[in-house]
Design a protein around this ligand. Structure first.
Ligand SMILES: Nc1ncnc2c1ncn2[C@@H]1O[C@H](COP(=O)(O)OP(=O)(O)OP(=O)(O)O)[C@@H](O)[C@H]1O
Ligand SMILES: [Mg+2]
Length: 320
C-alpha cells in the first residue's frame, strides 16, 4: 500500500472560452468540473499504474459525492476528512487560441480539530503502508513545519517518504532528509537561493541534496526532463512529447511513476524512465494530473535515460 497525504483537495473547473478579455463579459463554450489538487493527481496515477493506494485529504458536504465517486472510479481508497468550510476552488480558463489562465483559490482555514483529524488519518495510513508521499500545499491552519514532522514520523517507522512541496514547507521537510525530495525548476531555485535554469545547475543541485543525506533527490525541469541522484550516480531522463496539450500536473504524475517504481524496488534508472513516461503522458493529454496506463506503456521504451555522473563522486558524506 502507498499512502498519499494530499490534504488540500481542490475542485477544478475547466472553462473553455473563445478569448479572454479582461473587464468583459464572457460566454462559456464548454465546462468540466472534477476533483483536483496534487494528492488526487498523484493517487489516481499510482492506481492507474496498478499499485494499491490511499489518499488522505479534505472533503466538504457539497462535494463529497463528486470526490468520492471519482476516486472510487479511479481505484483510489479515499479517506476524506469532512470540514465545515468549503474546499479550495481552482479555475482554468482555456482560450480557443491555446492560452490558459489559472485562478487558484486560497482554500479553507482549518480548525485545530480538522487538522488533528487529518493527522490521525495520515498516521493510520502511514502505519499500514510501505511508502508515503507528501504532496502539495498545506491547507491554512497547519504550521509550515507539518511536512517535516510527518516526514520524521514516516522515517521513525523505517519507511520511505517522498516529498513534493514548495517554499518553507519544502525547506523544513528537506532538513529531515526524507528518502526523496522532488522540487521542480522554480522550487529548487527557491531552495538553493539562485536560479536553476539548465541541466548543469540542476545536476549540481541534486548532487548537493544527495550529499546532505537525501537518498534520492530529483529535480524536474519541464521540457528538459528530470535529473535524479542516488548511490548509483546521477541520471538524466527525458522524452519529447508528440504534442503538448496540458502540462499542469506532469510533476504529480512523474512523482506517481517514481513512487510505483520505488515500491517495486526498481533501480533509479528505471524509476526515472517510468516517472518521465508518466509526466509526458500527462502533458500529451487534456486532463490535468492523470497518466493513463496505456499511454505510459507506449512511451516507456522511448524515454532516453543516461548516467551523467558516476557513483564514486555522488555518495553521501559519512556522518561525523
Ligand atoms: N513540455 C514538456 N516536454 C517534455 N517533457 C515534459 C514537459 N512538461 C513536463 N514534462 C515531463 O514531466 C516531468 C515533470 O514536469 P515539470 O517539471 O513541469 O513538473 P512540475 O512543475 O512539478 O509540474 P506540476 O507541479 O504542475 O505537477 C518533467 O521532468 C518531464 O519529464
Ligand atoms: Mg510540481
Amino acid at each position: 500500500m502507498i499512502t498519499v497525504a494530499g490534504f488540500n483537495t481542490a475542485i477544478d473547473r475547466f472553462i473553455h472560452l473563445d478569448a479572454l478579455k479582461p473587464g468583459e463579459v464572457h460566454r462559456v463554450r464548454e465546462e468540466q468540473v472534477y476533483p483536483g489538487g496534487k494528492g488526487v493527481h498523484v493517487a489516481q496515477t499510482v492506481a492507474a499504474l496498478g499499485e494499491r493506494v490511499q489518499l488522505v485529504g479534505l472533503v466538504d458536504a457539497v462535494h463529497r459525492n463528486l470526490v468520492c465517486r471519482r476516486m472510487s472510479e479511479r481505484g483510489v481508497l479515499f479517506h476524506g476528512v469532512e470540514i465545515a468550510g468549503e474546499l479550495r476552488h481552482c479555475m482554468a480558463l482555456q482560450e480557443a487560441g491555446g492560452g490558459m489562465t489559472e485562478i487558484l483559490g486560497q482554500g479553507p482555514l482549518l480548525s485545530q480539530a480538522e487538522c488533528d483529524a487529518l493527522l490521525l488519518d495520515f498516521r493510520r495510513g502511514a502505519d499500514e503502508s510501505e511508502l508515503v508521499i507528501l504532496s502539495g500545499s498545506l491547507p491554512r491552519g497547519f504550521p509550515v513545519t507539518t511536512y517535516a514532522e510527518l516526514a520524521d514520523y514516516v522515517k521513525g517507522l523505517g519507511k520511505r517518504c517522498l516529498v513534493d512541496a514548495s517554499g518553507e514547507a519544502m525547506r523544513h521537510a528537506a532538513g529531515t532528509k526524507p528518502f526523496m525530495l522532488k522540487p521542480n525548476r522554480d522550487e529548487i531555485s527557491e531552495l538553493v537561493g539562485h536560479p536553476v535554469i539548465n541541466l548543469e545547475a540542476a545536476q549540481a543541485a541534486v548532487l548537493a541534496l544527495h550529499r546532505q543525506g537525501i537518498a534520492m533527490p530529483v529535480v524536474t525541469m519541464g521540457e528538459l526532463g528530470a535529473l535524479a541522484a542516488d548511490d548509483t550516480g546521477i541520471w538524466h531522463a527525458s522524452l519529447e512529447p508528440t504534442q503538448v496539450r496540458n502540462t499542469v500536473g506532469s510533476g504529480d504524475c512523474f512523482l506517481a511513476g517514481m513512487a510505483v517504481a520505488i515500491r517495486r524496488h526498481m533501480p533509479l534508472e528505471h524509476a526515472l524512465r517510468l516517472g518521465v513516461a508518466c509526466g509526458v503522458a500527462n502533458a500529451q493529454s487534456q486532463e490535468t494530473g492523470f497518466a493513463e496506463r496505456g499511454s505510459v506503456d507506449a512511451l516507456l521504451p522511448q524515454v532516453v535515460v543516461r548516467r551523467v555522473q558516476q557513483p564514486a563522486t555522488t555518495q553521501s558524506l559519512p556522518a561525523r
